[in-house]
Design a protein. Structure first.
Length: 187
């Protein structure tokens, strides 16, 4: 069984995290561990018609953002990757500088130190030099930066098509086989 940690932070774009959770939930061999920041919870209210409980029900295990004693706060908790989707620039900075003020920052720090896959989906535009430097620092530490940038060769018809294509990239990075969206086969 693969164990995947999913964190959602206060950046706009909770739809990306929700889509990832839904697709991971559909895979019996994957166990998900979810952490929501306070602003992620607020954005769920602002951007969706889902309740907090409905979102939490998409995951196998849910942690409180301030629970520094949670399993995912320790390197001895074996998991197969962590995805922060969407990732606020505050969270990116916290991770880049090792300031594990909350469980998301601590779990990401542990993921880096244990050399496990850390995937960051930054949702900010435009990006300042500070943002770019923090993302570059994380990439140099081994994190994979996968911003939600749509591709149009698949001729998407809906927002859901664009979001699912992003989820495909995240599952690919986690080495979870999928056929969620059309892949490029040559021109």
């Amino acid at each position: 069984m693969k164990k995947i940690v999913v964190a959602m932070t206060g950046a706009s774009g909770v739809i990306y995290g929700l889509d990832l959770l839904r697709h991971l939930q559909a895979i019996p061999s994957v166990e998900t561990h979810l952490v929501l920041s306070p602003w992620a919870k607020k954005n769920i209210q602002l951007e969706t018609d889902l309740t907090l409980q409905q979102v939490q029900d998409l995951s196998d295990v849910v942690y409180h953002d301030n629970d520094q004693g949670a399993a995912i706060a320790s390197g001895s908790f074996l998991h197969d990757g962590m995805v922060i989707v969407p990732a606020s620039m505050k969270t990116v900075a916290e991770i880049a500088y090792g300031f594990g003020e909350n469980l998301i920052g601590r779990a990401a720090d542990v993921t880096i130190k244990e050399c496990r896959p850390l995937i960051i989906v930054p949702r900010e535009t435009p990006l300042s030099v500070i943002h770019l430097e923090n993302l570059t620092k994380l990439a140099k530490l081994g994190a994979q930066i996968i911003p939600p940038i749509p591709s149009f060769y698949t001729q998407p018809k809906t927002i859901a098509d664009l979001v699912t294509k992003q989820t495909m990239h995240l599952l690919d990075a986690l080495k979870i086989p999928n056929d969620l969206a059309q892949r490029w086969t040559g021109g």
